[in-house]
Ligand binder design. Structure first.
Ligand code: CA
Length: 234
């Protein structure tokens, strides 16, 4: 059965172009031209992927993404006209799996779609059998990282982290004393290689430091100049 993609784009010419290209690649395609009808369609039907423009009439792409995340687990690639790192981070934090900045080459978008599809199906397959046992609770000083409960506390005080901040902290804690490069962290946090966007890693480290180091007066994540980041054993 062909994978189904919902294309949400208010520029109808671009939407039509994407539709033709995707059909040519063997996907089944539905279109929506505004945020409201996109959300309705996405909630009413099952899609394997949603291509979601950020700047949309009625409901913005970010708003559609936020509302969708509460209801459904479907991978979303954002089409963004803006190139600010913060927008990308906001989009990824809101649950998008990837973004592509307009104008983009269609080949690049198709390549990203293939990666997301592969990952999506691999995850679905991995979730089916019992996952390999892994330590559920990691600690660093008074910090307690509970994988299963998706909870982080410091001296019993809860720290609220976004999904990707949580993921990144877990990777660093699980690899104590190992310096992880920005590329490695990016790949692990975003699920695959994301060439050239390693400044996103710095943004997450900044967030983690603001929420942990600055609040509790510790130095947990250390920068190793030219190499990456590490959490050392206490
Ligand atoms: Ca638009």
């Amino acid at each position: 059965m062909a994978a189904r993609i919902l294309v949400v784009e208010d520029e109808e010419k671009l939407a039509r172009f994407l539709e033709l290209e995707l059909i040519h690649e063997g996907y089944e395609v539905e279109k929506a031209f505004d945020g409201r009808s996109a959300l309705d369609k996405a909630l009413a039907e099952d899609f394997d992927l949603i291509l979601l423009d950020v700047m949309l009439p009625q409901l913005s792409g970010m708003e559609v993404l936020r509302r969708l995340q509460h209801e459904k687990s479907v991978p979303v690639i954002l089409l963004t006209a803006r190139d600010a790192v913060m927008d990308k981070v906001a989009g990824l934090d809101a649950g998008a799996v990837d973004y592509i900045t307009k104008p983009f080459a269609i080949e690049e978008l198709l390549a990203r779609i293939r990666v997301v599809m592969k990952q999506h199906f691999r995850q679905a397959a991995a979730l089916a059998p019992a996952a390999a046992p892994q330590e559920d609770v990691l600690t660093w000083g008074a910090l307690r990282y509970d994988e299963k409960r998706h909870q982080v506390t410091y001296g019993g005080q809860e720290i609220v982290l976004s999904n990707r901040e949580f993921l990144m902290l877990g990777i660093l804690l699980r690899n104590k004393d190992l310096v992880l490069s920005r590329e490695t962290l990016l790949e692990k946090v975003c699920g695959y290689e994301y060439y050239g966007e390693t400044n996103i890693v710095d943004v997450y480290v900044r967030h983690l430091r603001a929420k942990i180091d600055e609040v509790f007066g510790v130095r947990m994540i250390q920068t190793v100049r030219g190499a990456g980041y590490v959490i050392r054993s206490e």
